[in-house]
Every structure is written in structure tokens, then in C-alpha cells.
Design a protein around this ligand. Structure first.
Ligand code: TEU
Length: 562
């Protein structure tokens, strides 16, 4: 059977705003990406995922789209996009776009029409309901802040928005909406786009009963009602419809869905090749952390967490087992909505060792690796001077609560610097020139002051840099079928310090051995001395004995052929 081309894919996620600025306005652009294609190719990745580049008022950094057929002017023009597609293709790189169709911007012409009257032909493109007893139609909370409903005086009804009120949800129950979305996708596929990262795709269907939800917390006004707007059964129909429509235009299209709250059972459904829905999903489950000193009075996502190795093993095992022989899940450590890998799970005393170990541990699993820009050089969280410099949904609410509970400014700033979505959105660090070579002017959000130390140019010259290690790792990941198609088995599950797994394919076996601590750790594996080490972040690792001592955060990949 023909294997789909994305089986061997490695994705590089570009946050265009902060990648490379060529027109000197402090905001990255498509021309900037074009100038860096050789670099991207040199990493060994095969797909570029661009965060949204469509026309947008940028209320949510492009996730609020006002025209799906145009490029936002801060990123360039359609001609730039065409050049990007063709220049990428020359280098064997495919592009996937971030398609946001759960909602649009409130500036989208459809919504502007929809607002005009109850009988407007576009009214039903969105979700409008009457209030109940002078209140919102339901007590459902938005993911961003407050109610998921906003009242519109002109027509005396509420519209639904899962995210910001400037991002009204499309009504997927309306076949006209679905057709519009199919057309948008077809337009981009015809331009040579290889597929889409479908934003917030699990939320397309809403429970049509529109009933209040009981809250577990007394006195809570708006309740997160995921059962009513995440994984609602009809979502599978909507996704399947989209799948069918886009495959008519491009049979080889690659669809990766953002399914933040999907567990492995749901993931299996979404990606089951027999169901024709998605090829791969992005779930956040593997990244769930244990919170340090949890304060239950404060929202979890603003409290600093750490990785619990046994929990991570359990989750990975579940996912590897459940998806084996089915679809794909994305392997990723960070993205534009999350803190950076090194700041979140790495060890600042051992940046090189911990960053390379974590990458090795994850990317040799079965799944599709997604590398977030800057991860490959060990960029750290963006540190802005003041709390007020950060802008996040839920931030103000958290600060007010934390202040009320007596937390100091410094404590709050520490949390914000560790948890804000903006921590990963700082300018890419290209070299030691002003503004890290990202731009000639002050970047829109900021640049970390560690750029003279951490940058691409410097790491290019250093054979043992994180960057050069990533290149070796990704080469192994894409060239060796064992890491794509091999069986997966967790070894020494109860070991509290090491993460070890075995892959097996045909006559080949591979072991991935990772030390998750800053202490030397012994490891014994029968006959290990007869295996061959193909990769290690410990330059001094020469020979293998049956028992080895791993140095701080050491990882190694060893293979054997029977
Ligand atoms: O994130 C959406 C996202 O993470 C939710 O769909 C998630 O399901 C929910 O918070 C519950 O866990 C995407 C983008 O990555 C983000 O940058 C956007 O702000 C958001 O969609 C809205 O478009």
C-alpha cells in the first residue's frame, strides 16, 4: 500500500510576526521567511507551518481573519506568497497554512452583514440567540474571558464566541458556511499549499440545545462548558465533510487538526484512516504538568508547573499504544501558545544537554515532530520588563486575583514570565547584531537580551551546538524507517530518572536512553556493549558497556541488527 508522504514529515512552525523582518517595521514578513529558506532546509525539516498570514485586524495575532483570500499587508502581498510557495518547493519544502474556521474576525464582511438584521442572508452564518430572563442565552464561558455571548443592541440578540468577542463563531450547521470554507481551502490548495493546520477544529460543532451547565464552583457566573462545544459528536461529520471536499481538489492534501483537549481515544477517532477526518492531531495532553505550590484559588494556567516523569511516561505509553497502526499525533514541546521548551522543562544550568536530551526523547517516538522556531537554538522565554508589557487573555483577571490574595508584584511577574502566551513570541535570534538580526528596528514585541549568547550565527560555527545537534537528530528521524514505522516499547517504566524506549522494525532495533536528571545515572541493558551508538549529546561517549553511566541530561540512541 502506498504510504502517505507525510509519514516521514518533520514540521517547522513559523510564527511569521517574529521570524524575520525585511521591510523594517519591526514585524516579520513573508519576504523574511523567503530569505531564510536555505536555513530552514538545512535543518532537515520538510513542512513549514505558518501561523495565520491572512488579512486580519490582529486582535488575536491573525487568528481573527477578515479575508481568507488575502495576505495581511503587514506580512506582504499575494505575490510574496506565490514566491514563498515556489521557492520552498525548489528546496523540497511543503507549506501548510493555519486555517481558522471555527470563527472569523468581527470585521469579516460576513459578520458585518450578519449584524445588520435578523433577516440578512448572512445572519445564519453565525450563532445568534435571544437572551433568557434578561441574561445571556446560556451561562457558557468563553475560553478567553467572561461569557461566550455578547449582546448586540441593533437586533436585540446575542452572538456566540468561544474566544474573544471580536471573534464570532461560524455556524457550521449552515451548509452555506461549510461550502464557503471548502472554497477557501480549494483556493489555497490550487496555489500549491500542501495542507492545513486546522485551528480549534474540535470546537466546530456546538450542542444545539443551548442549555445552562451546572458549575462545580459555587457562585460562578460563567462556566466552561466543554461538553457543549468540544468534541460534540457532529464535529466528526463536519470534519469529514471538509476532508471529502478538499480531497476532491487535492488527493494528497495533509490535514493536521488542533485538538487541544483530545485524549488518545478521541485522537484515534479523529485520525483513523478509515474515517477520513484528519491525518494528524495536535493534543496538549502529553504536556500537562504538575503545578508547584498550587493555589487552587488561582487559574492553573498561570501557575508554574514541572514535568512529572512517571506521568509523562504513562501518557506517552497510552498515546503510542492507542494510535499504533492508526493515525498520527504531533510530537511537540512548545508552540506559539506556550512557554518555550528550555524555560519550561529544561535546566538553565545545562541548557545544551537538557535541550538536546528533550528533543531526542520526544522526536524519535511514533508521530510527526513539530519544531517551533528558535527551539533548535535553545531560545528561552521572552522576558519583558513589566506585567503591563504582557497582553494575554485572562491575564488581567489573574493579576487582580493574585494581588487580592497578597502575592507580591515580583511573584506575579515571575508567573507571568513563565506562563504567558507571549513568552514564545519574541523575535527569532539570528545573530549578535542589534535586535538579534531580526530587524533593523525595535521588534513589535521584543527580543531577549540573551541574543548575543544564543543565536543562529554563533551556533552555526559551533559543531556541538544545539542547532547542529538538531540537524543530526532530524536526519536520523527522517532517514531511518524504524523511527517512522517501527514498534514502540517503553523500557524500565519504573525508573524515576531515566526515560528509555525501544523501537523495532524488521531486523533492526533501536534504544533511546535519556537521563532526565542533572546527576550521573547508571543504566544496565543486557548485551548493550554489542550495540552501536548512532547519536549522543555527550561528545565524550565513545564505547558502550553493558552498564553505562549517563552524565547530566545525557541521551543516546543505539541500534542493533539481528
Ligand atoms: O488555540 C486554541 C486552543 O488552544 C483552544 O482551541 C483550546 O481547545 C481551548 O483553549 C481549550 O483547551 C488556537 C490558537 O493556537 C491560538 O493562538 C488562538 O488564540 C486560538 O486558537 C483562537 O483562534
Amino acid at each position: 500500500m502506498k504510504q502517505p508522504w507525510w509519514n516521514h514529515a518533520i514540521v517547522y512552525q513559523i510564527y511569521p510576526k517574529s521570524f524575520k523582518d525585511m521591510d523594517h517595521d519591526g514585524v516579520g514578513d513573508i519576504k523574511g521567511i523567503i530569505t531564510k529558506l536555505d536555513y530552514i532546509q538545512s535543518l532537515g525539516v520538510t513542512i513549514l507551518w505558518l501561523n495565520p498570514i491572512f488579512k486580519s485586524p490582529q486582535v488575536d495575532h491573525g487568528y481573527d481573519i477578515s479575508d481568507y483570500y488575502q495576505i495581511d499587508e503587514q506580512f506582504g502581498t499575494m505575490e510574496d506568497m506565490d514566491v514563498l510557495i515556489s521557492e520552498s518547493s525548489k528546496r523540497g519544502l511543503k507549506i501548510i497554512l493555519d486555517l481558522v474556521v471555527n470563527h472569523t474576525s468581527d470585521q469579516h464582511p460576513w459578520f458585518r452583514e450578519s449584524m445588520k438584521s435578523k433577516t440578512n442572508p448572512y445572519r445564519d452564518y453565525y450563532i445568534w440567540r435571544d437572551g433568557k430572563n434578561g441574561k445571556e442565552p446560556t451561562n457558557w464561558a468563553s475560553f478567553f474571558e467572561g461569557s461566550a455571548w455578547t449582546y448586540e443592541q441593533a437586533t436585540e440578540q446575542y452572538f456566540f464566541h468561544l474566544f474573544d468577542k471580536k471573534m464570532p463563531d461560524l455556524n457550521w450547521e449552515n451548509p452555506k458556511v461549510r461550502k464557503e470554507v471548502y472554497q477557501i481551502a480549494a483556493f489555497w490548495l490550487k496555489k500549491g499549499i500542501a495542507g492545513f493546520r486546522l485551528d480549534a477544529i474540535i470546537h466546530l460543532a456546538k450542542d444545539q440545545h443551548f442549555q445552562n451547565i451546572e458549575s462545580a464552583i459555587t457562585g460562578e457566573t460563567y462556566v466552561l462548558a466543554e461538553a457543549c462545544y468540544a468534541h460534540v459528536p457532529r464535529v466528526h461529520e463536519f470534519i469529514h465533510g471538509f476532508y471529502e471536499a478538499v480531497h476532491k481538489v487535492e488527493p494528497d492534501v495533509f490535514l493536521i487538526g488542533e485538538a487541544a483537549s483530545a485524549n488518545s481515544k478521541l485522537a484515534k477517532q479523529y485520525t483513523d484512516p478509515d474515517r477520513n477526518e484528519l491525518d494528524c492531531i495536535i493534543s496538549f495532553e502529553q504536556l500537562e504538568t504538575e503545578i508547584l505550590h498550587e493555589d487552587k484559588r488561582l487559574p492553573r494556567n498561570w501557575q508554574i508547573g514541572y514535568l512529572n516523569l512517571s506521568k509523562l511516561k504513562k501518557t506517552m505509553k497510552q498515546w503510542q499504544k492507542d494510535l499504533s497502526g492508526h493515525g498520527w499525533s504531533a510530537l511537540f514541546w512548545n508552540n506559539h501558545d506556550m512557554p518555550r521548551l528550555l524555560s519550561r522543562f529544561g535546566d538553565a544550568k545545562y541548557p545544551r544537554e537538557s535541550a538536546t536530551m528533550l528533543a531526542t526523547m520526544l522526536y524519535l517516538h511514533r508521530g510527526i515532530p513539530i519544531i517551533y522556531q528558535g527551539e533548535e537554538i535553545g531560545m528561552t522565554n521572552l522576558r519583558l520588563p513589566e506585567i503591563a508589557d504582557y497582553e494575554d487573555s485572562g491575564l488581567k483577571e489573574f493579576v487582580v486575583k493574585a494581588e487580592g490574595l497578597g502575592y507580591s508584584k515580583d511573584e506575579i511577574l515571575t508567573s507571568v514570565r513563565a506562563c504567558s502566551r507571549q513568552t514564545s513570541r519574541g523575535a527569532m535570534q539570528w545573530n549578535g547584531n542589534p535586535f538579534a538580526g531580526f530587524s533593523e528596528v525595535e521588534p513589535w514585541l521584543g527580543v531577549n537580551d540573551d541574543y548575543p549568547k544564543i543565536n543562529v550565527e554563533k551556533q552555526e560555527r559551533d559543531p556541538v551546538s544545539i542547532l547542529n545537534y538538531y540537524r543530526k537528530l532530524l536526519k536520523i528521524r527522517s532517514k531511518w524507517d524504524i523511527f517512522v514505522a517501527g514498534d514502540w516499547q517503553l523500557i524500565d517504566e519504573d525508573n524515576q530518572n531515566l526515560y528509555v524506549y525501544k523501537r523495532h522494525y524488521g531486523r533492526k532495533s533501536a534504544l533511546v536512553i535519556c537521563n532526565f536528571t542533572s546527576q550521573p545515572q547508571p543504566y544496565f541493558y543486557p548485551e548493550l556493549s554489542s550495540w552501536t551508538c548512532i547519536l549522543s549529546n555527550n561528545e565524550g561517549r565513545e564505547r558502550l558497556d553493558n552498564e553505562i553511566i549517563l552524565s547530566a541530561y545525557e541521551c543516546l540512541v543505539v541500534t542493533e541488527e539481528s
